[in-house]
Design a binder for this molecule. Structure first.
Ligand code: NAD
Length: 308
C-alpha cells in the first residue's frame, strides 16, 4: 500500500497530482491546500478521471495540514510562484516561512515519509525543510532540466527523443550545470554529432531560459515539471532505480544542502553516481555546490534573523 500526500494544489500541484494518479502506481492520495473547497472539488474531478481509466486510487481531500498522516511520500508544492521577471531565489523568504511551518507539523504524523520538495527555490527549500524537520528530504532538482535538454536536442537534430541521453545538475534554475560529457545521441558524443548544427551555447540558453519564457507567456510551467515529478514519485513507489538528476542531501561544511547530480531513485534513494562523471563535469558540480552553499547560507542567516 502506497500513500502519497500532496501539499499544495495550485497550478503545478494539480498537474503533478493528475499525472501521478493517472500512472496507477499509488493506492491512496491525500490532497491538501489552504484554499477552501479546492481539495474537495479536485477530488471530484480526479475521481471522474480515475473512473474513466478504471483506476481505484482512494483520494482524501483536506484543508488541514494536520490531517496529512501516515504518508509514505509527501510532495510539497505549496507556496509562491515567481513571475517572469523574478528569479527563484527572490521567493526564499516568503516560501521559507511556509516550508519551515510544514516542517514543524508534518513529521509527527508522518514519521516514515520520504519528503520531495517542488516549491522554489527548490534546492534551498528542501534544505530548509530538512533543517527544521530533521527528516530525509530530496529536491526534485534538475531532473526537469534533463527533460528540457533532451527534448531540445532531439528537436533541433531531428532525432527521436529516446536516442538522446544526458544529465544536468548543480542548481535547478539559472545556476544549472550541464554535464556535457554525459550527453550522447544514438551513443555518439554531443560535440561530435552536433558539430555545425547546434552549439553548446544554444542548448544552454534554452535549458536555462525556457522556464522564464513559459512563465511570461502561459503564467507558469506545468506539464513538463509535473511529468518529471510523477516519474520521481513512481520510481520511489515502485523502487524502479531510475537514474535521475534529483538533489539528495549533501553535507557541505556546517550545512546540509541539496545539489542535483545523477542519482539512483528508488526506496531508499541513492547512491549518487557523480564519481562516474568526467573530471570536467565533476569540477562543474563541485563549484556549483560551493556557490549554492554560500548563497543558501546567506539567505538562511537572514531568514533566521528575521524569524528569531
Ligand atoms: N521545482 C520545479 O521544477 C517547479 C516547477 C513549477 C513550479 N514550482 C514552484 O512550485 C510552487 C507553486 O507553483 P504554482 O505555479 O503551483 O503556484 P500556485 O500559486 O498556482 O499554487 C500554489 C498553491 O499553494 C497553496 N498554498 C500556499 N500556501 C499554503 C499553505 N500554507 N498550505 C497549503 N497550501 C498553500 C495555494 O493555495 C496554491 O494553491 C512555486 O514556488 C513554484 O515556483 C517548481
Amino acid at each position: 500500500m502506497v500513500r502519497v500526500s500532496f501539499i499544495g494544489a495550485g497550478r503545478i500541484g494539480q498537474t503533478i497530482i493528475y499525472a501521478t494518479l493517472m500512472s496507477g502506481a499509488i493506492d491512496e492520495a491525500i490532497v491538501m491546500d489552504i484554499v477552501p473547497n479546492v481539495p474537495d472539488r479536485m477530488k471530484d474531478e480526479l475521481m471522474h478521471a480515475l473512473s474513466a481509466e478504471g483506476i481505484n486510487t482512494r483520494i482524501i481531500a483536506t484543508n488541514l495540514i494536520d490531517k496529512v498522516e501516515n504518508s509514505d511520500i509527501i510532495l510539497i508544492s505549496a507556496g509562491k510562484p515567481r513571475t517572469a521577471n523574478q528569479s527563484r531565489v527572490d521567493l526564499f523568504m516568503d516560501n521559507a516561512r511556509i516550508i519551515s511551518g510544514f516542517a514543524k507539523i508534518l513529521p509527527s504524523k508522518n514519521p516514515n515519509a520520504l519528503y520531495i520538495m517542488v516549491t522554489n527555490p527548490v534546492d534551498m527549500m528542501a534544505s530548509v525543510f530538512m533543517k527544521y524537520s530533521g527528516k530525509y528530504t530530496i529536491s526534485s532538482g534538475a531532473q526537469v532540466e534533463n527533460n528540457r535538454l533532451r527534448s531540445f536536442i532531439a528537436d533541433k537534430l531531428g532525432v527521436p527523443v529516446n536516442s538522446v541521453n544526458g544529465y544536468t545538475g548543480g542548481e535547478h534554475g539559472e545556476g544549472l550545470s550541464i554535464f556535457w560529457d554525459t550527453i550522447s545521441v544514438n551513443g555518439r558524443p554531443f560535440d561530435d554529432i552536433a558539430k555545425g548544427r547546434l552549439t553548446r551555447e544554444e542548448v544552454s540558453a534554452y535549458v536555462k531560459g525556457i522556464a522564464a519564457q513559459i512563465i511570461g507567456t502561459l503564467g507558469g510551467t506545468s506539464w513538463g515539471p509535473a511529468t518529471t515529478m510523477r516519474d520521481v514519485i513512481v520510481s520511489i513507489a515502485k523502487n524502479e532505480h531510475k537514474v535521475m538528476s534529483i538533489a539528495p542531501p549533501m553535507k557541505v561544511k556546517d550545512e546540509i544542502i541539496h545539489v542535483s547530480r545523477p542519482t539512483v531513485v528508488g526506496n531508499p534513494i541513492g547512491p549518487s553516481i557523480e564519481k562516474s562523471l568526467s573530471d570536467e563535469d565533476r569540477v562543474a558540480l563541485e563549484s556549483a555546490a560551493e556557490k549554492m552553499y554560500s548563497e543558501y547560507k546567506e539567505l538562511l542567516t537572514n531568514f533566521e534573523r528575521t524569524t528569531s
